[in-house]
Structure formats: C-alpha cells, structure tokens
Design a binder for this molecule. Structure first.
Ligand SMILES: Nc1nc2c(c(=O)[nH]1)N[C@H]1C(S)=C(S)[C@@H](COP(=O)(O)OP(=O)(O)OC[C@H]3O[C@@H](n4cnc5c(=O)[nH]c(N)nc54)[C@H](O)[C@@H]3O)O[C@H]1N2
Ligand SMILES: Nc1nc2c(c(=O)[nH]1)N[C@H]1C(S)=C(S)[C@@H](COP(=O)(O)OP(=O)(O)OC[C@H]3O[C@@H](n4cnc5c(=O)[nH]c(N)nc54)[C@H](O)[C@@H]3O)O[C@H]1N2
Ligand code: SF4
Ligand SMILES: [Mo]
Length: 730
C-alpha cells in the first residue's frame, strides 16, 4: 500500500517539475504525494484469486483495440492487446503499450479532489474531500442557474474517453438543468457532412476488405501513425500487387512508404478531385452504366467540372499537369480501387467540400461494385443502427428543452464575449484538454483566466486546462470502471470490465454526475443510471448485427465483430442512404448544390505580414492528441517539436537546420527548432499538434497560432487555414 508522505497541504502542481522528477526516477514525489515502490499495488483489492478481465482502449482513435488484464490478489500482473481479436492482433500501440505504468499507476495521476487556492492558471491547489467539493459545486450551480438560468453553464467534453458510459457521462444531467448545448464538432463532423451530402451516410467498406484492393489511395490520412492496425492489411494488399498512393501536403511517415506521393498545397483537394472528374469524364473513363442506374445530377456535374482543367488545377494545387492526369487515369482504370479517407483533411475552410467531391469518385468509376473498392471511412453508424440506446431516452419536457448551442471550436469566443447573454459563468471540462486542443489558444486561456468563471475539471492528470480549474476531480481509467466501446472506424464492439477498484479517491465520470445530482436534490431515475446496467441495456437488442452478441457473450470473449454480411459491398447496386437511394452528384438540398474550390482569403497587409501557410497536425507517434504528452518516457521517444520549412523559405529567412525560430501571427507565437528536410512545399510550414503549452517555451503550443474559423459544412474547425510568419532567433 502506498505510504502517505507528510507534505504541506498546498502543492504546486507543475508539469515541468514533474518531468524533471520523473527523469530522475520518480522518488516518491508526485501528485497526491504518494511514495510508491510497487506502483501496481496502489488501491489493490483484498481478493486473493487470479482474475482475467476484458477491456478496450478508450482513446479517440479509429482502431479501438481490445485488451486483456490479468490480476492476482488484486494486483495487475499482465496487460496486453487481445490476441484473439484479429484486428488488434495482440498489439496495442507505442502510445498504449505501457498504459498501466504510464497512466493508471502513474505517480503523477490525480487521486484526490483538489480546490484552487492560488491564482487561476498557477496550479496551486489543496486536497479536499469529495463531500466538501461536490457540496460547493452544487451551491455554485444553484446560484448561477437561479440568477442567470441554466444556459450560463457550459459542459465541455470530448473524445478523451470514447466509451458509451464514461464518454456520454453528464449528458442527461446537463439536459436536465437546461445547460447550454455544446456542439461537439471538432473532429469528423465536417468530413461526414461532406460524404453525407453525396451518399447520405458515411459508412463505406470494412477495414479488413482493403486486402482485396489493388489501387489504394490514402487521401489526407497518416495511417502508419493514426490508424496503425489497418496497416498490416494494407501490406497484405501490397504483397498481392496493390499500388499505394498517398495524398498529403506533408511528407508524413505514411507518405514516405508510398509508391506515389502526391503533395498538393493544403486545402486544395476539392480542386484536385474536381479536376480528376473532368479528366475521367472527358476521356470516357467513367462507368456510365453505374452512373445511369445509381446516381443523379450527372449532367450538372459534367458541366460544372469543365472549368477545372488540368492547367487550372495545377495552378491551384501546385501539382504537375502530368501527375494529375496520370493519377486520374490510374484511379479510374485500376480495379478494385479504394480511397481511404479519415479526418485530418477536414480541418480546412474548404474541408467538407473536399470530402464531398472525393465521395463522388467511386460512383463515377463504379468502384463500389468490387469487393475492396469504393470508399473506406467510418463505421459508427452500424452501432447506431444496432445497439439499444433507449436507456438514454429522456422525458419530452427535458429532451425537448430549447437551449442555445455553443460550438466547441469557438470556446475562446464563448468565454470572452461580453455581449453574450447569459455569459458562460460555469464550465465543466472532462474527457478533453481544451487549453491545448482548441484553436485560438490565447483566447481560450483568456476565458479560463476569468475570475468570475467557475471551472470544474475531471481528469487523470493536472493538464494545462485543469491548472485553471476551481475544482479538479480525479477520474478513473478503464482499468477501474465499466464501459462499452463501439468504434468509429471498425465493426468491432468491446466490453470493458473493471480489473481493479478505483485508485485513491478517483471515481468514474458517471459517479461525479450521480453525486452532484443527489446533492442538488434531483430525484429523476435517468440521472442515476448504473454503469453496468447501461452496458447491459445497450446490448439488449434483437438487431441482426448483434445476433449472438450479448452481455454474457462479451463477458466471455471481450469483443465481437458485428454480424454485418460477409461480402460487404454496400453500394454495389446503389442503395445510398438518400431519398432516391442514389448517389447525389448534384444536391439541391445542400448549399452550394455542387462543390467548388474556394481559395483562402487574406487582406493585402496580412499577405505581407503572414505569408506562410501553417499546418499543425497530429504527426506525433507517441501522443494521442494531447494525451500522453506529459509522460516523460513518451516525450523522450517523441523528441522535441520541430518546425518543418522548405529550404528556399529557410534561405530567405536566413534559417539553418536546427536553428531556434519564432513562429507568429496576430493570435500568438510558438518557439521551436527549424528542420529543413523538405517535408513541406515552399510557402508551407508544419509543426506537430499535441505538445502541452506548459511544457513548451513561453507556455505556448501550436493552437496559439490557429484560427477558430469554422469549416464550410458540419461546423468543423478550419484549424489549418492559418497563416504565419517565421523569424530566426538570435
Ligand atoms: N499517433 C496518433 N494517432 C492518432 C491521433 C494522434 O494524435 N496521434 N489522433 C487521433 C484522432 S483524434 C484522429 S481525428 C485521427 C486522425 O487521423 P488522420 O485523419 O489520419 O488525421 P491527421 O493526422 O490529423 O491528418 C492526416 C494527414 O492529413 C494531412 N493534411 C492536412 N491538411 C490536408 C489537406 O488539405 N489535404 C490533404 N490531402 N491532406 C491534408 C496532414 O498533413 C496529415 O499527415 O487520428 C487518431 N490517431
Ligand atoms: N492544431 C490542431 N488542433 C487540433 C487537431 C489538429 O489536428 N491540429 N485535432 C483536433 C482533433 S481531431 C481532436 S479529436 C481534438 C482532441 O482534443 P481533446 O478531446 O481535448 O483530446 P485530448 O488532448 O486527448 O484530451 C483528452 C483528455 O481526456 C482525459 N481523459 C481520458 N479518459 C478520461 C476519463 O475517463 N475521464 C475524464 N474525466 N477524463 C479522461 C485525458 O487525460 C486527456 O487530458 O483536438 C483537435 N485539435
Ligand atoms: S491508441 Fe489506438 S492504436 Fe493505440 S491502443 Fe488505443 S485504439 Fe489501439
Ligand atoms: Mo480527432
């Protein structure tokens, strides 16, 4: 058992300090001041028996790996990726391999509720009891709602935990009190809006079927890092002769392994795809029979694309005419041809249109007819159709309450807008780290600094967001709570059984909201759903995809693949999820009815002041968004963040490889070293996203520069529409 070390009750929770400590070997110092000799002993249960439980990774990652945990006398003795699940194939990933020691049993984990005693952002807290903290939070909510109404409260949660239980925690509570609605649109909504405008839904072909593909286009996705478990299937296809094309303005790790890397300027994919369509149609490479039977609006599209000549597209994208033509021809004539799209490319003001235009390609060439042909995108709709969500149903008077919506991308604006009525006076952050992950960071921080804002954060670690909280509550990890994991990109479902009791005073997100509801005197049953019963109830469904998949069966196997038909060719004969069942090449219900490339606009002065386009992308191998970026071992493996700059730009600025530089614009500045490896084209610079502000020079990371502009559709974040300047530091 951990020994409690006598320490002053007020502690400075500073990550820079932790990083140094951990580098020195973690000698008994850390959050909660536990001296730890055998980390896995913390909070261990009294039982002696050995136990094996199943679970899954909670991260916002397309892979949703299955895992197995063995305990002996309540101690974790083994933690590994499930060997039985063919997709996980016994391997987690470089980020999660040591999740047990690096997160669950980390000496830096938050294990006690904390109350702020210093200035906001100074991370000075004292430990308090759950009773005291919950009682104070309840009082504050009561005061705010009675003075200003429920809309003065904003929940801010995102994909930190993707579980049906811990991920959805608090939704009913906030509906009940009439809080502002958070539009959770920073990831995927723009992409899906684009694909839906054409196909009516975003489910494409299943991941394993990529082995049948012979022409694979990874369009704006860094599979090797962001979707690792798809890679072995791609390798199988390549071994059987498939050609791999990667389209990315950055020379990503994935692009480096491709047979062909097409490197357009950022945000120009709409033009590239419209140009491909023009070439395909003018050379008669389309599948006219498929088009006639299963699409609508062909004539409108044909006329529309004529202005996207190879010459014009070349000017927009910066690609050679011959490269554009060769790609269009190869794509249209190879079989089976697959385009894998995911999310990263959506973060452009034209992002949704790019997905929409790309979504038309397989209908024009008839690629959907072949097993392993078409589009591969999401899979979450399969769960939406098959699981039983009725346990989350709320009475009409609660679900129908009209409340204002606030887009998460505009958090900074929402917290600082003096005209907003009511102002946001209380913020509840969980499963998210907005101080690092939301654009226009300095505006977000200005909001979090407001003395009149009451901020509650539920977390595993003292994140850059938690530093600004009035109260921080310790959350459990999937090792300690029940959950059910669907997946946004695979057809696998996972149960998550707790392996050990909650460590310290940590509690599941759901328990936080049950305690708060009780303290506020609410009596409605829907506020007190038990975690395990949510899992059981959601699996209580007679949908064919869940045939034979029950709570009991998952308790035995851990995971299951939805019973989708074996030969999954969803649009071999049309069957799109649109009223006409056709693929909508022209869609009058969407504005504009046909997609167009729209250039980023900049004033003449800004063009001179900020001439470089900044990409800030998740090119980190060892972090998952900002998660794990505080873990010394993983930070050391990842290395320091670098600014990729083209040699001609570097020369122009007098920058040499390895020089310290300042990247800046109207919103902020970031300090890092330059790397001249020509991973970007002239005019573009690129830095990784995920590093914590507090661990960067002058406490500023990539989102200090990014724009909080919304995408063309879907309310997404046009994060990559950011212009900057660069300066060499003396
Ligand atoms: N290791 C690791 N894995 C992750 C994550 C992580 O942080 N680290 N994050 C997870 C999350 S939340 C998500 S959403 C997924 C995202 O997974 P992906 O969709 O693969 O997304 P990103 O890595 O954001 O972007 C992929 C690539 O898109 C490129 N890109 C940017 N702009 C454009 C453009 O205009 N056109 C084209 N063609 N390409 C462009 C970027 O250069 C980048 O290499 O990854 C998940 N997996
Ligand atoms: N510049 C730039 N910004 C980006 C992106 C980009 O490409 N470039 N990508 C965007 C994308 S795609 C995404 S998805 C967002 C991601 O942004 P966020 O959703 O903020 O993701 P994380 O940084 O992983 O933060 C998740 C937090 O949840 C916590 N957490 C994990 N499990 C639990 C739990 O059970 N309970 C509680 N209470 N907390 C838990 C973790 O400790 C972590 O601090 O970032 C976006 N921001
Ligand atoms: S982060 Fe992704 S790849 Fe890694 S274990 Fe989790 S689901 Fe698997
Ligand atoms: Mo994401």
């Amino acid at each position: 058992m951990p020994k409690k070390v006598d320490t002053p009750s007020i502690q400075k929770y500073n990550r820079r300090h932790f990083v140094q400590i951990s580098a020195q070997g973690l000698v008994g110092v850390g959050i909660g001041s536990f001296a730890v000799s055998n980390l896995s002993l913390i909070g261990c249960a009294t039982e002696n028996a050995s136990k094996k439980v199943f679970g899954a990774c909670h991260h916002d990652c397309p892979d949703t790996c299955s895992w197995e945990i063995e305990t002996q006398s309540g101690q974790v003795v083994s933690f590994k990726g499930s060997p039985s699940n063919p997709y996980t194939a016994g391997k987690l990933c470089n980020k999660m391999d040591h999740f047990d020691s690096e997160v669950v049993f980390s000496p830096h984990r938050l294990l006690k509720p904390l109350k702020r005693v210093g200035a906001k952002g100074q991370a000075e807290f004292k430990e308090v009891s759950w009773e005291e903290a919950i009682s104070d939070v309840a009082k504050r909510i009561n005061t705010i709602t009675s003075e200003k109404g429920g809309e003065a409260i904003l929940p801010f949660s995102y994909g930190g935990n993707e579980g049906m239980v811990q991920g959805k925690a608090g939704r009913s509570f906030f509906k009940h009190i009439g809080a502002s609605n958070l539009e959770r649109t920073i990831c995927g909504d723009a992409a899906v809006a684009g694909i839906e405008a054409v196909n009516g839904q975003s489910t494409g072909i299943m991941p394993e079927d990529i082995v049948h593909s012979r022409y694979i286009v990874l369009w704006g996705t860094n599979t090797l890092y962001s979707n690792q478990h798809l890679w072995p299937y791609i390798e199988k296809a390549r071994a059987a002769g498939a050609k791999l094309v990667v389209i990315d303005p950055f020379v990503s790790a994935t692009a480096e392994t491709a047979d062909v890397h097409i490197q357009p300027f950022p945000g120009t994919d709409t033009a590239l795809a419209l140009g491909m369509i023009n070439i395909i149609l003018s050379e008669g490479l389309q599948d006219q029979e498929y088009i006639d039977n299963y699409t609508s609006g062909f004539e409108e599209l044909k006329t529309h694309v004529q202005k996207y000549t190879p010459q014009y597209v070349s000017e927009i994208t910066g690609l050679e005419i011959t490269a554009i033509e060769a790609f269009a021809r190869e794509y249209a004539t190879s079989k089976p041809a697959l385009i894998r799209i995911l999310i990263g490319m959506e973060h452009q003001s034209n992002g949704s249109s790019a997905f929409r235009t790309i979504g038309m390609l397989p209908a024009l060439t008839g690629a959907w007819k072949d097993l392993g042909g078409g589009l591969m995108h999401m899979a979450y709709e399969l769960f939406g159709q098959s699981l039983n969500y009725s346990i989350f149903d709320l009475p009409e008077e609660v679900s129908g309450k009209k409340v204002r919506s606030i887009n998460m991308v505009e958090l900074g604006k929402a917290l600082t807008d003096k005209e907003m009525a009511p102002s946001v006076d209380a913020l509840f952050v969980y499963n998210a780290n907005p101080a690092v992950t939301i654009p226009n960071q300095n505006l977000v921080l200005a909001g979090l600094k407001r003395e009149d804002l009451f901020t509650v954060v539920i977390e595993h670690f003292m994140t850059d967001t938690a530093m600004y909280a009035d109260y921080v509550f310790p959350a459990t990890t999937p090792f300690e709570n029940w959950d059910l994991f669907t997946s946004w990109a695979t057809p696998y479902i996972n149960i998550n059984q707790p392996a050990i009791p909650p460590l310290g005073a940590a509690k599941p997100n759901t328990e936080f909201f049950r305690l708060l509801a009780r303290e506020m005197g609410f009596t409605e049953d829907y506020l007190y759903l038990e975690d395990k019963s949510i899992v059981q109830s959601m699996l209580n469904s007679d949908h064919p995809y869940l045939e034979g998949i029950t709570f009991d069966s998952l308790e035995k196997s851990g995971w299951a693949r939805l019973k989708v038909p074996n030969e999954w060719r969803p649009h071999a004969a049309g069957n799109f999820n649109t009223p006409s069942k056709k693929c909508l090449l022209y869609n009058p219900d969407v504005q504009p009815a046909l997609p167009d490339y729209i250039a980023v606009t900049q004033s003449e002065t800004d063009k001179k002041s900020y001439p470089l386009r900044l990409l800030s992308i998740k090119s980190t191998r060892y972090f998952l968004n900002s998660s794990h970026a505080n873990i010394t071992t993983l930070r050391d493996l990842e290395g320091q963040p670098m600014l990729d700059i083209h040699e001609l730009d570097a020369k122009n600025y007098g920058i040499a490889d390895g020089d310290e530089v300042k990247v800046f614009n109207q919103r902020g500045e970031v300090f890092l070293k330059a790397r001249i490896k020509n991973k970007v084209k002239k005019g573009v610079v690129c830095m990784p996203q995920g590093y914590w502000n507090s661990l960067m020079p002058k406490s500023s990371s990539a989102n200090a520069l990014t724009h909080d502009l919304l995408t063309d559709m879907g309310g997404g974040a046009a994060i990559q529409d950011t212009m900057v300047n660069v300066m060499k530091l003396a």
